[in-house]
Write a protein that binds this ligand. Structure first.
Ligand code: GLN
Length: 489
């Protein structure tokens, strides 16, 4: 290893070291590539490691820095969930269905990363089509949690969380439909942010549930996260649901401190099923905020919040069943070519290439949308969604932000929940509501149970990611949870 080069540094530290000529983006890329290749044997965090193109990108960044160009993330290595299209590079969505899919163009987020000079070192493993909470539903094998290889990293963006936790890369990109950034961030001890719906373009991202999906960043601290969000946020004319809301300076609140932050805690959520250690770390984090000047309100109420789980597990599968109809072995995807007619080809292709969880979702969704059941299930779920939205709106008139633990438990054993979908779905209890209502939410490390990290979730007002980043920056400047790292894997 070169003198002065620590792969585990933050993106900001790497950027400083590039400027002082301690090492170049090319040096860093080579070191990162070697490290993630070795780590992948244990972690399985990457589906593909994109050496050649990444090396070229690193060399270009090295030149750009030499010629005096500035740019906070120029030359910084990043991993991207294999759900975002990368031109000329395989994009599998974690499915056998897309095992040979090579997109012709980049997703907008990938394009923005490239324009800002980030170096995409690989595509990360995920639950098939982003459906799952443990990364065990990937057609490319499960990801292992770097804190304990016998545990899951969370899902569906488990690969993106695991590689940042294992200090393979300082930054990564995930997607979050019901918690898939925040839940693995919590279980792997890193930061993860789901921006407001519409803040980041979904163009070129393989769709799961279009009214809930959002792309977002993983990092280890608020400073790096603000830099990455700055790169990927903003209106995109190629995504009609992307917002026209102006993009603020995401670090503008970094000096606000703790004074007067009004934090609401929806007590109805904390009543059952939360592990003692998780609750204890959560309460410690609240004390930290309160003792430094935040105002805690335990009386806010979101009475329908518990309905978020059934609402999500009707709406998400319904939208998924429509989005996944295109993978029929004729127009798109894996194909069994020897059927007698189109119908046989389609059903054999889908039968072979979709995994069990994806099939389960397609069946639930098709059922919920079918004539005769539509009113009873899908329409009812949409109505309850509106009620939850109104309740959040009322609560966030009283407080600035809502805090919860990110997950009810720490990382669980591989294979322990895979045969019990309902238990698996309960992992998402605290993360789903933010997707249902479209609000920004992040998770940041706030403690440990034994060796396993615990996450604190903050939910904010629409398009106020800046607030959440400010609170987190304040918290991280007085605590060290985000600095803990697992033994090298
Ligand atoms: N765990 C949730 C699910 O299985 C959320 C997944 C996600 O956010 N992509 O649907």
């Amino acid at each position: 290893m070169m003198a002065g080069l620590d792969i585990g540094s933050s993106a900001a530290q790497h950027a400083t070291n590039f400027r002082s000529n301690t090492y170049t983006p090319t040096d860093l890329f080579k070191a990162v590539s070697a490290k993630i290749t070795i780590q992948n044997k244990n972690l399985n965090a990457f589906i593909s490691i994109t050496d050649e193109e990444a090396l070229k990108a690193a060399e270009v960044a090295t030149q750009r820095i030499k010629s005096g160009e500035n740019g906070s993330l120029l030359g910084i290595p990043i991993a991207v969930k294999d759900l975002l299209s990368t031109a000329g590079q395989r994009t599998t969505a974690g499915s056998k269905m897309l095992e040979n899919f090579i997109p012709v163009q980049d997703s907008t987020v990938v394009q923005k990363l490239k324009d800002s000079g980030l170096v995409i070192v690989g595509k990360t493993n995920l639950d098939e089509f982003a459906m799952g909470s443990s990364n065990e539903y990937s057609a490319y094998g499960p990801v292992h949690n770097p804190w304990d290889l016998s545990k899951v990293p969370g899902g569906s963006s488990g690969g993106s969380a695991a590689t940042v936790a294992a200090r393979g890369v300082p930054l990564s990109i995930g997607t979050d439909t019901g918690g898939s950034i925040r839940q693995p961030a919590a279980l792997c001890g890193v930061m993860g942010l789901k921006p407001t719906y519409g803040r980041v373009s979904r163009f070129g991202v393989v769709a799961f549930a279009s009214s809930l999906d959002q792309v977002g960043p993983f990092s280890r601290d608020a400073n790096d996260m603000a830099d990455l969000l700055q790169v990927i946020a903003g209106h995109d004319e190629k995504d009609s649901t992307s917002s026209l809301e102006p993009v603020p300076d995401f670090k503008s609140t970094f000096n606000r401190g703790f004074d007067g932050i009004k934090i609401g805690i929806p007590s109805e959520l904390l009543q059952e099923g939360v592990e003692d250690d998780v609750l204890e770390s959560f309460e410690h984090a609240i004390d930290e905020f309160e003792s430094r000047g935040a105002i805690i309100n335990r009386d806010i109420s979101i009475p329908s919040i518990k309905a978020a789980l059934p609402v999500y597990y009707l709406i998400a599968p319904s939208e998924a069943s429509a989005n996944l109809a295109r993978y029929d072995g004729v127009k798109y995807g894996f194909s069994v070519l020897d059927g007698k007619n189109a119908e046989e080809v389609m059903s054999a292709s889908r039968g072979m290439a979709f995994g069990p969880e994806v099939k389960r979702r397609i069946m639930i969704g098709t059922y919920a949308l079918s004539a005769g059941y539509y009113d009873a299930y899908y329409l009812k779920a949409q109505k309850v969604r509106t009620v939850i939205q109104e309740e959040f709106h009322t609560a966030l008139n009283e407080v600035d932000t809502i805090f919860t633990p990110t997950t009810p438990t720490t990382a669980f054993e591989l294979d322990s929940k895979i045969n019990n979908p309902i238990e698996m779905y309960l992992n998402d209890l605290f993360t789903l509501p933010a997707n249902i209502v479209g609000l920004p939410a992040l998770s940041t490390p706030c403690g440990f149970s034994g060796d396993l990290p615990i996450g604190l979730q903050m939910i904010g007002k629409a398009f106020r990611e800046t607030d959440l980043l400010g609170y987190t920056h304040a918290y991280q400047s007085v605590t060290d949870w985000h600095k803990s790292e697992p033994t090298d894997r």
